[in-house]
Design a protein. Sequence first.
Length: 146
Amino acid sequence: MKKHRMPDMKEGNVNVTPLIDIVMCLIIFYMLVARIGVDMGVRQNINLPDSKVGKKLNDPGNTIVLNVERAGEAVLVFVKNPETSQMENLDPTRLIPLLRKARGANKDFKAVIRANLDIDYRFIEPVLVACSQANLKEYQFEARKP
């Protein structure tokens, strides 16, 4: 009886095409899932207060960042509009409809309030009232670790 042997490999290498396909699928998956380089609408010119305690923000996709600044005796709120992805300067009364629209039916929607170290509470109070009137479940203040 004649013995059959394995045919010679013409390329002399292992076929890596399936491996490359799998790696490309993984790369695409992680690009879609990861939030790398997402612009949250943070203004860099705000000097945050120090805090030794704090809570880490777990879901940045479920929040809106409110940058509170003072212009004389007026309050300026800079926020990234979720629909246009543009930074807008809003009066606290005009902030309520934007927060309601951004929240939609999402019960866990939060606001992160960023204010300068030396800003008085009376300038932050209208923003807190706007968050309350927009029925936000939670709002937090951002601070930096000393």
